[in-house]
Design a protein around this ligand. Structure first.
Ligand code: HEM
Length: 226
């Protein structure tokens, strides 16, 4: 009989953990992008919509809402990395020496690239938290707690910071499109009949998220938002 530990130790168990946590992280990235689109809203009652939104996030459920969301996110990220490392080890152990140059080349390249883009995204998130959540590293000058609009605009006015964010978003684009595609496969949508739909959803969602995310530094760098 398959035990719980046996299931999570198996390749399919790890793939399911990857897919489910990946889905949670995609949900976060989409929700975060929608929240950030408030950068384009006009002042409301003398206040920037982003500042109002930031205050809402910090006070929802008497301040515990944001900690519940953070706990869920951290758990999803850790499990996603755990499953990725486990699957890589299993693949390396199973790959027969000598076949490398033959049929495994394409999938090996793609999974290597997923690992590389995943590491870039992890570094990006750490830098991003230091830039805009804790404010310990804010190259655009003074970081002010609660002043989300001010902190974002002064940060992206620094060209190399905006350049770094845009490059990180291109890595995220590659990781997201391949990740969403594989997630559908793991969750059972692998029938050839759905291939075109899987591809449309994976590329469509990725394009919307990345175009919006890249528009933020571009709008600030060009002075459209100041
Ligand atoms: C250019 C695109 C992005 C912009 C403009 C942006 C903007 C922001 C801002 C302003 C905050 C602080 C919010 C506040 O204090 O109320 C924040 C927090 C955060 N962002 Fe982003 N973000 C971007 C992309 C991303 C991406 C792609 C990820 C994940 C891969 C991400 C993950 C996070 C996380 C984890 C937090 C901390 C949330 C918390 O626990 O308070 N961001 N972002």
């Amino acid at each position: 009989m398959q035990t719980g530990a046996g299931f999570f130790g198996s390749s399919i168990g790890k793939k399911i953990v990857m897919a489910v946590t990946g889905l949670m992280l995609v949900g976060f990235v989409v929700a975060h992008m929608i929240g950030n689109l408030q950068l384009y809203l006009p002042l409301h009652g003398g206040e920037h919509a982003l500042d109002e939104y930031g205050r809402f996030l910090r006070t929802v459920l008497h301040g515990s809402g944001i900690w519940i969301a953070r706990g869920g996110l951290v758990a999803a990220v850790l499990l996603h990395i755990w499953a990725a490392i486990g699957l890589t080890r299993m693949n390396n152990a199973a790959r027969p020496v000598g076949y490398r140059e033959l049929q495994h080349q394409k999938s090996t390249w793609s999974s290597r690239w997923m690992r590389f883009s995943g590491i870039v995204i992890a570094v990006f998130v750490i830098v991003h938290l230091l830039n805009l959540t804790t404010g310990q590293w804010h190259p655009g000058g003074e970081f002010e707690h609660g002043m989300v609009f001010h902190n974002l605009v002064t940060l992206f006015q620094v060209p190399w910071v905006s350049g770094f964010y845009i490059l990180a978003m291109l890595c995220l684009a590659s990781h997201l499109s391949h990740g969403i595609w594989s997630m559908f496969q793991t969750l059972g949508l692998s029938h050839p009949r759905y291939n075109a739909l899987r591809q449309a959803v994976a590329y469509g969602l990725t394009t919307v998220v990345i175009a919006a995310n890249i528009s933020f530094p571009v709008a600030i760098l060009t002075g459209m938002i100041r």
